[in-house]
Write a protein that binds this ligand. Structure first.
Ligand code: ZN
Length: 255
């Protein structure tokens, strides 16, 4: 079966992306923190909202649920967390959800929050606030080893998988990345590329898993250049992969 969905960002708040998937008639959105920009876009395009996908409970990802559900009676899926109201179906690791004819596999990726899931399908991953372009989410509810384990699941996706994260944080992330990984030539090129996108008012998202593996320090806990630099900066709590990751994440929290 060949089926093409259009995927585009609906900007919300100051730096959120609500991802819109549609086939020209029916539409789904991922993490609608605000209903109004979604309803406006549906109206402008003549689209009917059939599905909502939720990655985690934070308000900037779920705040539009009630209004969208009552306006459209769409089907809502997300992780099993009582803090998320209006869910029609709970999704757990290795389950699937089919939306607009496209089947997504669910990966549980706790760390940023304990309930966080990612949707993998059609050469795409919708990863919310777990993996960002050039960075990763803050570890609010989980532990550093838990977050690294979640990111290692995403790192193993096919390298051409497009990464649809929920925020435009890329330039700030890449600024930290260049401090953490100063000799990375691919990273320097990525910064130039993303600067030109932002200068033209374009999103830097989606990226590809291959971009993230090559330049995102939070997927590079085993890169010798990063480990060497953490030692030089006196920011390496120990030699294990989890400690390298913890050193990076704690440094970024105060960067
Ligand atoms: Zn969040």
């Amino acid at each position: 079966m060949s089926m093409t969905l259009t995927v585009e960002p609906i900007p919300a708040f100051s730096d959120n992306y609500i991802w819109l998937l549609h086939n020209g008639h029916e539409a789904a959105v991922v993490d609608p923190g605000d209903a109004d920009p979604v309803l406006q876009t549906l109206d402008q395009r003549g689209l009917t909202l059939t599905d909502i996908l939720i990655t985690h409970h934070h308000f900037d990802h779920t705040g539009g649920l009630e209004k969208l559900k009552s306006a459209t009676d769409c089907h809502v899926v997300g992780p099993n967390n009582p803090k998320i109201t209006h869910l029609d179906r709970h999704l757990a690791d290795q389950e699937t959800a089919t939306v607009l004819g496209l089947t997504f596999s669910i990966i549980e990726v706790p760390g940023h929050t304990l309930d966080h899931i990612a949707y993998v399908g059609g050469g795409m991953v919708f990863c919310g606030d777990t993996l960002f372009a050039g960075g990763c989410g803050r570890v609010f509810e989980g532990t550093f080893p838990m977050m690294r384990n979640s990111l290692s699941k995403l790192r193993q996706l096919p390298e051409d998988t497009r990464v649809y994260c929920a925020h435009e944080y890329t330039m700030a992330n890449l600024s930290f990345a260049s401090a953490a990984d100063p000799e990375n030539e691919v990273l320097r090129n990525r910064i130039l590329h993303c600067q030109s996108l932002r200068g033209a008012g374009q999103p830097t998202v989606p990226s590809r898993i291959s971009d993230e593996v090559a330049t995102n320090p939070f997927l590079r806990w085993d890169a010798p250049g990063i480990i060497k630099n953490l030692i030089m900066q006196d920011k390496l709590p120990g030699n294990s992969a989890d400690e390298v990751f913890a050193g990076l994440r704690q440094w970024k929290d105060t960067f």
